[in-house]
Design a protein around this ligand. Structure first.
Ligand code: KG4
Ligand code: ZN
Length: 411
């Protein structure tokens, strides 16, 4: 197995199509090349970047369609699909880059946090690869990679505030350096993407002709455009706690109860599309958006009160799969405009999981000489791994009151 992987990669032709992405201005092209590998959840991704942020080659295999059919991610299925695709995905990314494995400066791979069975596939492949080619290995924290992606696209100086929202995570952190984060808040139960995926499943949204290939979050965003959110006054959770933590389980409970009630009133069985599906989607999305906006508002005020953000061009970066939601971005824009912050969201393709963000994290670490391991090292994956230094208790203690801001999305 080990040998066959090496052979696969040695056979690569060197003249292949490259995908050029305009890097942040002012950087010169060079000869540092990092291969990034991502398998923490349900995307098998690989990419080769140079140190200026140019994507020389990339490849992504999404398992979304399979998991939509099975009604959620089954870890053993995800593992099997990663196993089936990883060699091809890496081969294609390397092939497109035109960089032979021998010319790579290092391999960076997501090793935490994520699904154990998924992480294991990427890690084992990478350890075999670095041993085979004698390359340094850079273990990557998935959330650190999401947080730093923006710096590949434009110059963003540390420190900056970052909100990461995906199917597996919700966190607010202050990014002070490549490997230096202060954790201000995190979800106490589920992540917003997970909530929207589960609501979408309970609504059988996949049966909607326009939504059959969309993730739950994407489907909710689409249907919400035609819905009236005020028809379902779901409440924002935890208004009584003055911290920056998130909770979405209570919302999901309210939505489930509302769906049951509607099914009863319309005399239909679970699994059938409700006539008010658009309204429920709109109300769910709105409640998620306002909860995220209010917690982020408090984080901004906390950072300002403690002098943690620069006076010149303080920035909020929002990333992760849920950050591609335009309604949520708009709610956050209201907060950044009210507090004088600059809002940056990478384009949707860089918000969701991919190999590019992992390769970029590798470049950033390589530049600073942080966390670079020899090729014969033994590394373990970590399904659960907090990001940075946890100061959530200090944030709660500060008990900062958030003034009521009228979200423009409040029609
Ligand atoms: O970052 P990501 O690709 O994978 C994780 O690490 O979880 O995020 C996937 C999540 C899914 O829950 C999906 O429903 C959600 O992001 N998502 C969205 C949108 N696009 C993807 N949620 C809301 N609105 C969207 N447009
Ligand atoms: Zn992610």
């Amino acid at each position: 197995m080990f040998t066959s992987k090496c052979l696969i990669l040695r056979r690569l032709p060197t003249s292949c199509r490259r995908h050029r992405f305009t890097p942040a201005l002012g950087r010169a092209a060079g000869s540092t090349f990092v291969l990034g590998i991502e398998t923490s959840c349900d995307d098998t991704g690989a990419a080769v970047l140079d140190e200026t942020g140019v994507i020389l080659g990339e490849c992504l295999h999404s398992q979304k369609q399979v998991h939509l059919r099975t009604g959620g991610i089954v870890p053993t299925v995800a593992q099997q699909l990663h196993r089936e695709n990883i060699a091809r995905v890496v081969r294609e990314a390397v092939e497109r880059s035109g960089v032979t494995p021998g010319r790579l400066s290092a391999v960076a791979t997501t090793v935490k946090p994520g699904l154990a069975l998924s992480l294991g596939v990427g890690l084992q492949f990478s350890l075999d690869f670095v041993k085979c080619h004698g390359k340094p290995f850079i273990p990557i924290h998935h959330m650190e990679a999401h947080a730093l992606t923006v710096r590949m696209l434009q110059p963003v100086a540390f420190p900056f505030l970052v909100l990461l929202i995906s199917g597996g995570h919700a966190l607010l952190a202050l990014a002070r350096g490549v490997d230096d984060f202060l954790l201000l808040g995190r979800t106490l139960d589920e992540a917003p993407g997970d909530t929207m995926d589960k609501v979408a499943r309970r609504l059988s949204i996949v049966k909607h002709p326009k939504c059959s290939t969309l993730s739950g979050g994407q489907a909710i965003e689409l249907l919400a455009k035609q819905g009236q959110r005020r028809k379902f006054p779901f409440t924002t959770p935890m208004g009584q706690y003055y911290d920056c933590n998130f909770s979405f389980a209570g919302l999901r409970n309210q939505v489930t109860m509302a769906i049951k009630k509607q099914e009863h009133e319309e005399g239909i069985q679970p699994g059938t599309l409700l006539s008010c599906v658009n309204d429920i989607a709109a109300a769910t999305q709105h409640t998620v958006a306002s909860h995220l906006a209010r917690r982020t508002h408090r984080a901004v005020l906390f950072c300002k009160a403690k002098g943690l953000l620069p006076l010149s061009r303080p920035t909020l970066v929002v990333s992760g799969g849920v950050a591609s939601n335009q309604y949520i971005r708009e709610a956050l824009t209201v907060i950044t405009e009210a507090t004088g912050l600059h809002l940056l969201c990478p384009p949707a393709k860089f918000c969701t999981d991919n190999g590019v963000m992992v390769a970029w994290n590798g470049i950033e670490r390589l530049r600073e000489g942080k966390g670079i391991l020899p090729h014969d090292v033994d590394v373990s994956y970590e399904p659960k791994a907090p990001l940075g230094v946890d100061i959530t208790a200090e944030v709660k203690e500060a008990a900062i009151k958030v003034p009521s801001v009228k979200l423009r999305i409040d029609d």
